[in-house]
Design a protein. Structure first.
Length: 296
């Protein structure tokens, strides 16, 4: 075995390509007099959410997507939020709706997610889209897993037949990620907090996707030599030098064993926003198609 270090998977560069594709799609839609519009709803003052929302809006505008921002106070009730969603659902000039999570504890996230019209659900969290994804239909798919698949495609090419291990089973990342890997013809295992010897299962993987929110949990001892590692974790930790962002993977240790790895930051993070905007274009096209079908 060579003792060279893993190649860094450059999420910033790949996201820039995706954003160019989105901008080209937006120009094509403009020829038909259509400007895709994304509504972003933020309830409360969670600091991380404010940063995410600001970035989403900035990138949308750079890609030529119209953005509408709804900032609602912490005291907003569920009924009030549902009214905003109903208005956005009914507005033909709004193509995508994103409600930033987490929501204040007084609001039921499930109720809110399922109030969004599935054809405008650019997060891909509505059960209509979740079910459609499992059945391989043309639906809106969650942004982070879609971005991870693109990173894998750019890094490995065809991943058919590979053994992929997804660490974490959240609705936002773990479960849809496993589904997308299965569609790409991988053998897929999901490892989680109740797994017996998660590290041993992970050592069987050609592809590891870590999405557990535990800083540095996965180190070299979890990896088969040559594995490709996608680190979805974004954890802020305090160090004597100040606070910094780290992934779920112990990058320094893992890069001595893996063949390719995403850094944090600069790996998966930029892809999530890029795929949100791609989904906004896809939603716009699906809505145009559905409007045409209604006329026939
Ligand atoms: N909060 C953290 N990640 C996400 C995401 O992908 N979508 C939404 N809506 N909220 C989030």
């Amino acid at each position: 075995m060579s003792n060279s270090f893993a190649k860094d998977i450059d999420g910033k560069a790949i996201a820039a390509c995706v954003l160019e594709e989105v901008a080209a799609d937006v120009r094509e839609l403009a020829l038909h007099g259509v400007t895709p519009a994304l509504a972003v709803v933020l309830v409360g003052s969670d600091e991380a959410s404010q940063v995410y929302v600001r970035n989403k809006i900035l990138r949308a505008e750079q890609a030529g997507i119209r953005s509408l921002e709804y900032r609602l106070p912490n005291t907003t009730g569920q009924a009030e939020l549902l009214e905003v969603i109903a208005e956005l659902n009914a507005d033909p000039l709004v193509n995508g709706i994103l409600v930033q999570l987490p929501l204040p504890a007084s609001i039921n996230e499930g109720v809110v997610i399922h109030a969004i019209d599935p054809i405008k659900d650019v997060d891909g969290f509505h059960r209509h889209n979740v079910g459609g994804l499992v059945q391989g239909q043309e639906v809106l798919t969650p942004c982070t897993p879609s971005g991870c698949m693109r990173l894998l495609e750019e890094t490995c090419g065809d991943i058919s037949g590979k053994h992929a291990v997804v660490i974490g089973r959240s609705n936002i990342v773990g479960k849809p990620m496993a589904t997308l890997l299965l569609q790409a013809h991988c053998s897929v295992s999901i490892v989680h907090s109740r797994s017996v010897d998660a590290a041993a299962l992970c050592r069987l993987a050609d592809i590891v996707v870590a999405a557990v929110g535990r800083p540095g949990l996965i180190d070299a001892s979890w990896l088969k030599p040559g594995a490709v590692v996608i680190d979805v974790g974004i954890n802020r930790i305090d160090t004597p030098e100040g606070s910094r962002l780290v992934g779920d993977v112990d990058y320094a240790s893992a890069r001595a064993v893996a063949s390719a790895i995403t850094p944090v930051p600069g790996g998966v993070g930029p892809m999530t926003i890029a795929y949100l905007l791609k989904n906004t274009v896809i939603a716009t096209r699906l809505q145009r198609k559905s409007a045409l079908m209604e006329k026939i």
